[in-house]
Write a protein that binds this ligand. Structure first.
Ligand code: RFL
Ligand code: PHB
Length: 398
């Protein structure tokens, strides 16, 4: 059995675990990152596309902005499309000149992996964590299995950055923290297509047939989503059916058809919200999707997680290097405020854009909200500022 002794063990090499590892490294704190999947798998797992203004700057500041700046698509607006008409939300104009960057999570993960491996810092792929033992003691033990057999990591602190289905949160005894959640009656069928985007900016579309989102990854790759019933199965969706449904929902007089191309990836993701009310339990800290899930309509999940990981690194460093736990003590409360703001915005966007087949009241309210969002300046501005950078709006109580 391989035994590793290290101040911090990070479970999960998603964007959160990798950014945290990088920040700890810069602060002089040694960490090991354990990832159950292969490097190739995590570098191809298609997910987020939109990076907030402040997060793009943060990534550049910490040295992972080079390819993001070179290859990321800078967008100054998004479109809301409903009742067959397009309405542009001028994001930059309404948020102090700040754009968003469209850059795939796959690319960011590639950048972060490369950085860590080039710096010769431990990143163990195909190493699945099965349990975290002795959480109440000074040195918890991470029990895992890697390609060569069992691995045991004795750490001062363990960070569960292992996503929505990870093991870390399950190691906390039941009843220690409450979990607030909501399941939405929608799912997204997402495709990646080898087709040049037919539009320069993202289109969020509410159509009587359902939601649609037109996004992209590069000048030659489109990323499109259809709102579908959560019970839908991919088998029912041939390429022809997907394109014809996208066309039916997105078409307008100015854009009668969309550019089609080979579909290279497809998946269905059910929508839900989850908030765990505590981020630290003894010597375990949870971060990212391990703590919260937001529906993807606001493009907030990864942005939210990275926004507070920048707080977690100095808090852990103060604890590990100086035995000063004050920052870590304040960590849960500060993050939870931000998490609830992201839930609020994501819920607002989700509920406004997904029609209900048989609820005329809900549909009427949605359309009234959409009309307000595009015609009342203060409403458009609030949407724009929240979309571009959640932290650009200061709330009275911080
Ligand atoms: P991740 O990315 O899920 O990474 C967790 C990692 O932990 C590993 N793991 C384990 N490793 C070892 N042992 C175990 N027992 C393990 N269990 C799990 C997993 O293999 C994985 O590599 O979580 P992290 O780092 O917290 O990052 C969260 C983000 O991935 C997520 O919030 C975003 O993808 C959400 N999201 C979006 N966020 C945005 O900010 N902007 C967007 O535009 C955006 N679009 C989206 C999205 C998520 C989507 N889906 C598929 C849920 C669009 C979609 C469709
Ligand atoms: C994406 O490009 O994958 C994307 C864009 C906007 C969202 C969610 C996902 O709200």
């Amino acid at each position: 059995m391989e035994t590793i002794r290290v101040p911090v063990a990070i479970v999960g090499a998603g964007p959160v675990g990798l950014v945290l590892g990088h920040l700890l490294d810069a602060a002089g704190v040694e960490a090991v990152v354990l990832e159950r999947r292969s490097r190739a798998y995590v570098e191809q797992r298609v997910r987020a596309g939109v990076i907030e203004y402040g997060i793009a700057n943060f990534l550049a500041e910490i040295g992972v902005g080079e390819r993001l700046r070179a290859k990321g698509l800078v967008h100054h607006g998004i479109e809301l499309r409903f009742e067959g008409r397009s309405h542009r939300v001028p994001l930059s104009e309404l948020s102090g000149g700040h754009p968003i960057t469209v850059y795939g999570q796959t690319e960011l993960v590639k950048d972060l992996n490369r950085l860590r491996l080039e710096a010769d810092r431990p990143l163990l792929f195909e190493t699945e964590v099965e349990a975290i033992e002795g959480l109440g003691q000074d040195r918890p033990v991470v029990v895992a299995t890697g390609p060569e057999g069992p691995v045991r990591v004795e750490a001062d602190w363990v960070v569960g950055a292992d996503g929505a289905h990870g093991v870390a949160a399950r190691c906390v005894p039941e009843g220690v923290f409450s979990v607030a959640s909501r399941t939405y009656p929608y799912a997204w069928l997402g495709i990646l297509a080898e087709a040049p985007p037919a539009t320069e900016e993202l289109i969020y579309c509410r159509h009587e047939r359902g939601f649609a989102l037109y996004s992209m990854r590069s000048p030659t790759i489109s990323r499109l989503y259809l709102g579908v019933d959560p019970s839908e199965s991919l088998e029912n969706w041939s390429d022809d059916r997907i394109w014809s449904e996208l066309n039916a929902r997105l078409a307008t007089a100015e854009m009668p058809t969309i550019e089609e191309g080979p579909v290279v990836e497809r998946s269905i993701t059910a929508m839900r919200s989850i908030v765990r009310a505590l981020l630290c339990y003894r010597r375990l800290v949870l971060a990212g999707d391990a703590v919260h899930i937001v529906p993807p309509t606001g493009a907030k999940g990864m942005n939210l997680a990275l926004a507070y990981v920048r707080r977690l690194a100095p808090a852990l460093a103060a604890e590990v290097l100086e035995g000063d736990g004050r920052l870590l003590d304040a960590y849960s409360d500060a993050c939870l405020r931000r998490i609830w703001r992201a839930e609020e915005f994501s819920t607002y966007m989700t509920q406004m854009l997904h029609p209900h087949p048989s609820d005329d009241f809900e549909n009427g309210v949605q359309l009234a909200r959409l009309r307000q969002a595009v015609s009342v300046r203060s409403a458009t501005e609030t949407l724009a500022r929240n979309y571009v950078d959640l932290s650009s709006i200061d709330l009275a109580d911080g």
